[in-house]
Design a protein around this ligand. Structure first.
Ligand code: ADP
Ligand code: MG
Length: 996
């Protein structure tokens, strides 16, 4: 019988960062309703099967369990009782079950699925209960009744499948193939499956899998939030039915901790050439597409096709989503206002998912029949193999070689044989083999726990809390080397064969970096032997981050804290990843980008700070990779105001950008942080292929994540043109300063906005009251004429702007680069009837004209890049340790960024002031002026007033524009208007003079 996927939502407490930012709560829950409220008060409500309030109303027990203090709080037990218990019952009945956790990174997916410490998640409790149930049954069971549990654990990262329970060196990095079975669907070829006979064993297996993830993630510096982890538990029950027939009942439980859902929606947002986002989150975006398609189908649209085959994840979860499975989804929600958009999109995802139907059937057959089927299939496969025929199985089979197909057939035969054997042999035999290993593993893990209490050691810190503390290196008395070839083996970026030496002399532990090796202690680079203290943070190379634990020091601290010495109480709690990153960033001097405005409660500033801390190691890593692979590129962090990106006031905030400097062809590009992060994900892929010694590690130029094609247009700067004059039918004809994102002058653009009459004659001497234009037609032209003194390093230039309510840009033709290009662009605009809204636009708004250029390739300019780049300056980082990615922050010492922001703000204000002044002067003069004055003189006076004289235009320039305008206007306006207009102008001068 078809039934809907069950959907639960759960909201976690604020984390430390959200607390310190005084985040606001955006989620409310009432009954089965979950409501999310935007900062502007917009509400969206959704109904789900279960709504878990885990935000507040709890207290923490001495052993760390979060238990309800108020009945609204949903603890781990309650979540298990609702979701896990049902799943367990279904597994006993012989249904396949699936559990998904969806949500952005840090929202609580792993907390719900696996859990932390005393707060065990659904998976461990389910396993515990499963074995408890088996024990119960076993008591009164027949002799050959059997309950078999085996576990597999995989990770899907970048469309590659890794077996997390197989650790041999060769297999570790190898990715497994996805195959398709005629009747059973997709499966992972060669996936290991470990038989387990107790909860302790399954727990040890999952711990091992997590540890493997952590090691791999650190060595390859993979972002674990981009991986999907699937724990698959296969539960088989064998017993005889009433008529004495042997029956096999099986249930596959797929427990899926999905990759962080952030930014999936932003796929290809900026029209990216490589669609980085899409490729990176292919599995997750395909999951989204499948769910949407399934929801459409549920709504009656049976023609939609569900793209299961488009990604690894959706192939493997096809059953979970639309087939033979009872499925539960838990959507984890971040409560804070800064996550509003992501949380809303998670709720929408969950809302679509709840309409999906699956059809679970009981997987039960007479054992004989199952064996017979397997035997028959194998006979058929063998025949096929002998005749060299084409296999009927296999995904994308047409792209595979004959050998590959044969291999696949052999694998399948082997798999079937194993399955048959498993059915025929007693479980006890199979278990016996695995048992010894499993027990040793449990013993090892217990021993390690014991040793941790007595031996000084380093434990790892990972961005993902679930992967922290899983890697432990003991510092036994004596010394040991750390490195690619060390006794403590670390691999990956910036790790030398012999990297550092750890020495333990009578309990005093030191670390000594080998020459040139990067070692940082508490954020500071060290070059000499340095003693480690309890809770010190130690970074080897780029990504091997550890915390030092000293049992003796720790015991002392606990003791003194017990005596009421609060000084050490703080030091007792272990450091976290975020703080360790923040101190690295702080010591690098990168925070100087924020200027003097440190601290303070400003929300935007906090966000910038967080971004800098987060991006700093990423930039370092990109540079280290580029260096090791000898790529001619370098990356730097900088701050970019909204205006610098060509946005209007209120359209965006200052953001962290990354500058790409290509020293081979002398080009530079500014990347938004998301683009950089996506690119870096791909860079790692290239780097890992490089490290694996793959012959074709170097991608073709157009797919190279380190490069940007030289001719990709870059924004040189913007000009702001206030439109208020047009509201008075006064022409705008001026050269406008082009300002880059730093507020630096990049030259000028000659732009005209000319009101026209019916026949498109330009009115250059007209004047009107804004009110008189309303309800009448208006015609005007926008001209982008020439550039003046623009940077010369561009091969081609063009301008673009958005007019009024347009969504799309109006773009000039591309013209050859040079300092004074001729755009000769003209566009006519007809407003059928001027509305009040349009009038408001003219009176209060402006057009941003963006100047874009394509850079010359290969440094043909011969000179240094001067425009976007400015000369790199290390002012902001002097005194800090020398690490890549730093030596050219934004220059101008500590307050560079702030100053630039101010400069930009200043430019906006100036342009606005200019326009306002012009109009107010005109208005005033209209009433009583009597002196004649030239339009251009007015302009230059205004310029002089507002810019302290430095933007005064050369006289010939003005004369050109002015006389042309005057000529075009001849005979157009009546003498009265002429008089009025000139009157207006006159007053301007006297007032401007006064202002000066
Ligand atoms: P995800 O797996 O979605 O990235 P995690 O499960 O690792 O997120 O959660 C992030 C952090 O928030 C962890 O430190 C975790 O302990 C904490 N957390 C998540 N959910 C809860 C909850 N319901 N109660 C208390 N802490 C939680
Ligand atoms: Mg997680």
């Amino acid at each position: 019988m078809a039934e809907n996927i069950k959907v639960a939502v759960r909201v976690r407490p604020f984390d430390d960062r959200e607390m310190s930012h005084n985040s606001k709560m955006v989620i409310q829950m009432k009954g089965n309703q979950t409501t999310i409220t935007s900062t502007s008060g917009k509400k969206n409500s959704f109904a789900f099967d279960y709504s878990y309030w885990s935000h507040d109303g709890y207290r923490v027990t001495p052993d760390g369990y979060y238990e309800p203090e108020s009945p609204v709080y949903a603890d781990q037990k309650r979540v298990f009782e609702d979701l896990g218990r049902g799943m367990l019952n279904n597994a006993w009945k012989g249904f396949n079950c699936s559990l998904f956790a969806y949500g952005q990174t840090g929202s609580g997916k792993s907390y719900s699925i696996i859990g932390y410490g005393a707060n065990k998640g659904i998976v461990p409790i389910t396993c515990e209960q499963l074995f408890a149930g088996i024990e119960d049954k076993r008591a009164g069971a027949a002799k050959d009744d059997e309950w078999q549990v085996s576990v597999s654990m995989i990770e899907i990262y970048n469309e590659k499948v890794r077996d997390l329970l197989v650790t041999t060196k060769t297999r570790n990095r190898e990715s497994l193939k996805i195959r398709q079975h005629q009747t059973k669907g997709f499966y992972v070829e060669g996936l290991s499956s470990s038989p387990v006979s107790s909860y302790a064993q399954i727990e040890a297996k999952i711990a091992e899998g997590s540890r493997n993830r952590s090691v791999a993630a650190t060595n390859m510096n993979a972002t674990s939030s981009r991986a999907h982890t699937i724990v698959a538990i296969n539960f088989v029950q064998k017993n005889s039915n009433e008529s004495g027939q042997k029956m096999t009942k099986s249930s596959l439980m797929n427990l899926v901790d999905l990759a962080g859902s952030e930014r999936v929606g932003l796929t290809g947002a900026e029209g990216e050439r490589m669609k980085e986002g899409a490729a990176i989150n292919l599995s997750l975006s395909t999951l989204g597409n499948c769910i949407s398609a399934l929801a459409d189908q549920a709504a009656g649209n049976t023609r939609v096709k569900v793209p299961f085959r488009d990604s690894v994840l959706t192939k493997l979860l096809q059953n979970a989503l639309g087939g033979n499975s009872k499925t539960v989804m838990i959507a984890a929600l971040s409560p804070a206002d800064i996550n509003y958009e992501e949380t809303l999109s998670t709720l929408r995802f969950a809302d679509r998912a709840k309409s999906i139907k699956t059809k679970a059937v009981v997987n039960e057959s007479p054992t004989d029949k199952l064996i017979r089927e397997l035997r028959e299939e194998n006979a058929r496969l063998l025949k096929l193999l002998k005749s060299g025929g084409v296999p009927i199985t296999g995904d994308d089979s047409n792209s595979e070689s004959k050998e590959e197909k044969e291999r696949e057939l052999n694998e399948l035969i082997k798999k079937n044989a194993e399955e048959m054997e498993a059915m025929e042999r007693t479980w006890a035999e199979r278990l016996a083999q695995a048992q010894a290993d499993a027990n040793k593993q449990i013993k090892d893990q217990e021993e390690q726990q014991e040793r941790k209490k007595n031996v000084p050691h380093l434990w790892n810190l990972n961005a993902d809390a679930a992967l922290s503390g899983l890697i432990v290196h003991f510092c036994d008395p004596g010394s040991c080397t750390v490195g690619r070839e060390g006794q403590v083996q670390l691999t990956g970026l910036s790790i030398q064969p012999r990297h550092a030496v750890l020495r333990n002399t009578k309990g005093k532990v030191t670390v000594t970096p080998v020459e040139n090796a990067k070692v940082f202690i508490n954020g500071k680079a060290v070059a000499m032997e340095t003693e480690l203290h309890h809770n010190d943070r130690v970074l080897f190379g780029n990504n091997h981050l550890y915390v030092f634990h000293h049992p003796v020091d720790y015991a002392k601290m606990v003791k003194s804290a017990g005596k009421g010495d609060n000084k050490n109480a703080d030091k007792l709690s272990p450091p976290n990843f975020e703080d360790a990153q923040a101190e690295l960033a702080a010591n690098s001097g990168i925070m100087g980008l924020l200027g003097d405005s440190k601290g303070g409660g400003n929300e935007d500033l906090m966000k910038l700070k967080d971004d800098l801390v987060k991006l700093f190691p990423e930039v370092q890593e990109a540079n280290a990779m580029a260096q090791e692979m000898q790529r001619p590129v370098k990356f730097e962090l900088l701050l970019m105001s909204a205006q610098g990106r060509g946005l209007r006031e209120g359209e965006g905030q200052t953001e962290v950008y990354i500058r790409l400097i290509n020293s081979e062809n002398n080009t530079e590009f500014l990347w938004p942080k998301d683009k950089f992060l996506d690119r870096k994900f791909l860079m790692r892929d290239v780097y890992n292929s490089f490290m694996d010694g793959e012959a074709d590690w170097k991608p073709p130029e157009h797919e190279d994540p380190f490069l940007e094609p030289a001719d990709t247009p870059v924004l040189i700067g913007t000009s702001l043109i206030y439109l208020e004059s047009l509201a008075h039918l006064i022409e705008i004809s001026q050269t406008f300063a082009v300002t880059n994102y730093k507020g630096d002058d990049q030259g000028k653009l000659e732009i005209e906005i000319l009101p026209c009459d019916e026949e498109w004659n330009e009115l250059t001497n007209s004047f009107a009251e804004p009110e008189s234009l309303i309800a009448n037609p208006l015609k005007f032209k926008i001209k982008v004429l020439t550039g003046k003194g623009l940077p010369k390093r561009f091969a081609a230039l063009f301008c673009r702007y958005k007019y009024y309510l347009d969504d799309d840009y109006t773009t000039t033709e591309e013209v050859p680069g040079g300092s004074d290009p001729q755009f000769n662009f003209e566009k006519t605009y007809t407003v059928a009837t001027v509305t009040q809204q349009f009038m408001n636009y003219l009176q209060n708004s402006y057009i941003i004209v963006e100047l874009w250029g394509r850079q010359r390739d290969s440094g043909r300019t011969g000179g240094k890049i001067a425009q976007i780049a400015e000369s790199p300056n290390d002012g902001a980082v002097k005194g800090g340790p020398s690490r890549e990615g730093l030596d050219s922050t934004d220059g101008e010492g500590g307050s560079g960024g702030t100053r630039k922001l101010l400069a930009e703000l200043d430019t906006v204000t100036k342009e606005k002031e200019r326009a306002e002044l012009k109009v107010s002067l005109l208005n005033e003069a209209r009433k009583k002026g009597d002196e004649k004055i030239d339009v251009d003189a007015l302009d230059s006076t205004l310029s002089a007033t507002l810019n302290g004289g430095d933007q005064k235009k050369p006289p010939e320039e003005k004369a050109g524009a002015g006389s042309k305008a005057a000529a075009a206007n001849a005979g157009g306006s009546s003498a009265v208007i002429q008089q009025k207009r000139e009157d207006v102008m006159s007053k301007t001068v006297s007032k401007a003079c006064v202002l000066q």
